[in-house]
Design a protein around this ligand. Structure first.
Ligand code: TTP
Ligand code: MG
Length: 351
């Protein structure tokens, strides 16, 4: 009866992400309330809280709150306020996502600290649970950061599940449990239902997901028009959307500007070799093994710039193919003997 494989989808959300990165970087912060965001300026700051660690959340501090309010709530504590160091968080996010990616049949990063993994090929919820535990363990070991994970048969339910138990939570909702799991939650927990829609729903006595699911479809249609159908199918726990690989990050490359413009093919060859080596370690760090497309860039002394690329029939993973191919692509540009200012290479169609 394996005609149709059941989908198993995992959603992972890093806990108090910006704050966790700061704590992992500076052990002295551990145990103290920590707020990452605008400068509080002794209570007169005008920006907002980006995030707060769980210690600070106990005092009612949360994302998007005015920083002056957070400051007031944390008066008399040993709270620490830090500015947003986005570059660091993006770097950590990339490292973490490439760790997670390895476990997935397909992988979709949806924000700096959230991703979906399709792990259907593992075949069972028990195996999926093992993967989730392993991801949590790897994350602690490598970065000293925790995450929360939800597992179910689709993206929507997994995302809701990941949010149920935080921090360091793991919530599994098997297909047969889905309806009971959703039914007692608030309509507000469904994606796309914000405070305004919630208010309208509430005014018709619709508070829980069960209320929404069992509300007469015709009446719901009269209130919400064409959106009613989608709302009710969410309430039934239906979401067919696939886990989509995020293609925009699927290219890796390097470029180099010569100290003195050159037309020396040997120098170009050596530079290209270094660029490829660098790109490869980056490629591997991102969890990719092979490439199919090689693109080179060349910039002459007068800043005239060209790129050319070639796509191979089969994926390749070796350095020498990349080097031969890139020099083949470069060579036509060298014929006139013009001096070159910069060369670059990038790899795409990565697997
Ligand atoms: P979230 O995942 O929403 O929050 P979080 O990771 O801090 O906490 P949780 O444990 O509840 O998941 O957002 C991820 C990061 O995005 C967060 O660390 C900081 C940033 N962020 C903002 O800058 N402003 C905001 O309003 C929110 C919600 C998040
Ligand atoms: Mg988070």
């Amino acid at each position: 009866m394996e005609s149709e494989m059941q989908r198993i989808i995992l959603h992972v959300d890093l806990d108090a992400f910006f704050a966790s990165v700061e704590e992992a970087k500076d052990q002295k912060l551990k145990g103290k309330p920590l707020v990452v965001g605008a400068d509080p300026k002794n209570g007169h700051g005008r920006g907002v809280v980006s995030t707060a660690n769980y210690e600070a959340r106990k005092y009612g501090v949360h994302s998007a709150q005015p920083i002056s309010i957070a400051w007031r709530k944390l008066q008399g504590t040993d709270a620490v306020f830090l500015p947003v160091n986005m570059e660091l968080y993006v770097e950590k996010s990339m490292e973490i996502m490439s760790m997670f990616r390895k476990h997935a049949d397909s992988f979709e990063q949806t924000s700096v600290d959230e991703a979906y993994l399709d792990v259907s090929s593992k075949g069972s919820y028990e195996k999926a649970q093992e993967i989730a535990r392993k991801m949590q363990e790897e994350l602690i070991n490598a970065q000293n950061i925790t995450c929360s994970i939800g597992i179910s048969s689709n993206k929507m339910v997994s995302k809701i599940a990941a949010d149920i138990k935080k921090p360091n939570g793991l919530t599994i909702v098997k297909p047969k449990q889905t309806q009971a799991f959703l039914d007692h939650l608030s309509v507000r927990d469904l994606p796309g239902i914000g405070p305004k829609t919630e208010e309208v729903l509430n005014s018709y006595g619709i508070k829980t997901i069960e209320d929404l699911r069992t509300y007469p479809s015709k009446k719901l249609g009269e209130i919400f028009g064409k959106h009613a159908l989608g709302m009710q199918s969410m309430a039934h726990g239906i979401d067919e959307s696939p886990v989509m690989e995020s293609y925009e990050i699927k290219s890796v490359g390097r470029q180099y500007t010569f100290q003195h413009d050159t037309s020396d093919e040997h120098k170009l060859f050596r530079a290209m070799q270094e660029l490829i080596k660098d790109s490869f370690s980056n490629l591997h760090a991102e969890g990719f093994k092979s490439y199919r497309t090689v693109t080179i860039k060349i910039r002459f002394s007068n800043f005239e710039t060209h790129t050319t690329s070639r796509t191979l029939k089969e994926p390749h993973s070796d350095l020498s193919t990349a080097l031969t191919l890139s020099m083949d692509l470069l060579r036509p540009w060298l014929e006139e003997g013009r001096k070159i200012r910069l060369i670059g290479i990038s790899f795409s169609k990565l697997e």
